[in-house]
Write a protein that binds this ligand. Structure first.
Ligand code: ATR
Length: 279
């Protein structure tokens, strides 16, 4: 790797103080006895263009990238992995042995593995999937579900045009439906995903009538504050299995840690519980 024996990584964003990533990566550094640190890198939008090229010179193995930089950072790295290119956004930079920068996006990996952790026999082709929202999180969720073999993804967004644009960009199996049809779009689905900000701490709950949703459908939310959104609570109360957004956060961190530090880390129950306690 690099000549630096101290392994340095971090999270670049604006703001970054709320991020749980330092907790996760520093837990793993300690657990695996790796000499290093994962630090906050608060970088204002106007400074991204000088901060990113400085990573290698500062001895960083790489970093995570969060809001508002996930799209703008694409043009600042030497190479972009195919998944990040298709998503149009990056969440991880890895400094290569020659000092060049390669960009990745592990959010889709994190999402799929959060479902598999909850339900090891989960399959993307088990039935129709309904995804609510068409922002950055929706791009990661929809692309990863399509790659896993989903046959029908119904995409609905408050601003219909954004769902239509995404369906056009991604093509089959994604079909955009009008937001007004979200209640009926739950019929026959095997998986319902909320990627909107509705239900997040400080925001109102998603307005959604679950009557048409089969009781066997898995209901997932990418939100993890709170751990149980009003959508997940309503789904659980009527008997649906549910998956919260914490697993996506934990699972997206694993391949990044491996790329920087050479160990594929485990999500222990101790790690999960201590993060849950901090939320
Ligand atoms: P992220 O990167 O987390 O996906 P984002 O790109 O800002 O964040 O996307 C937020 C999503 O929440 C969008 O799909 C947004 O819908 P619009 O495209 O219509 O803005 C959705 N959203 C935000 N407020 C909403 C509301 N009150 N009702 C329904 N959807 C909402």
């Amino acid at each position: 790797m690099s000549s630096h024996t101290f392994g340095l990584a971090g999270i670049m964003g604006w703001p970054v103080a709320h991020s749980r990533s330092p907790f996760i990566h520093n837990y793993w550094l300690k657990k695996y006895g790796i000499n290093g640190a994962y630090v906050q890198l608060p970088v204002a939008p106007g400074s991204l263009g000088i901060a990113v090229p400085g990573l290698a010179a500062l001895g960083f193995r790489g970093c995570n990238i969060t809001l508002p930089h996930k799209v703008d950072v694409l043009k600042l790295v030497d190479e972009v992995d195919v998944m990040a290119r298709r998503m149009g956004a990056m969440n991880t930079i890895v400094v290569q042995p020659d000092g060049s920068l390669k960009g990745f996006n592990n959010d889709g990996y994190g999402y799929i593995h959060s479902l598999l952790d909850a339900k090891p026999d989960w399959r993307a082709d088990a039935g129709p999937i309904t995804v609510l929202g068409a922002g950055g999180a929706a791009r990661a969720v929809v692309l990863s579900l399509a790659d896993r073999g989903a046959k029908e993804i119904r995409l609905l967004n408050r601003t219909d045009a954004k769902a239509q644009a995404l369906a056009k960009e991604f093509g089959s199996p994604v079909k955009a439906l009008p937001w007004s049809e979200r209640h009926a779009a739950l019929a026959d689905v095997a998986l319902l995903v909320n990627t909107t900000s509705q239900g997040m701490h400080g925001n109102p709950a998603l307005e959604l009538d679950l009557t048409a949703l089969p009781l066997s459908a898995l209901v997932s939310d990418v939100i993890y504050v709170p751990l149980e959104t009003p959508l997940l609570a309503a789904a659980r109360l009527r008997g649906n299995p549910t998956v919260n957004g914490l697993g996506m956060l934990l699972n997206q961190a694993r391949p990044a840690f491996e790329a920087w530090f050479g160990v594929m880390p485990e999500i222990t129950s101790e790690l999960r519980q201590s993060i849950e306690a901090s939320l």
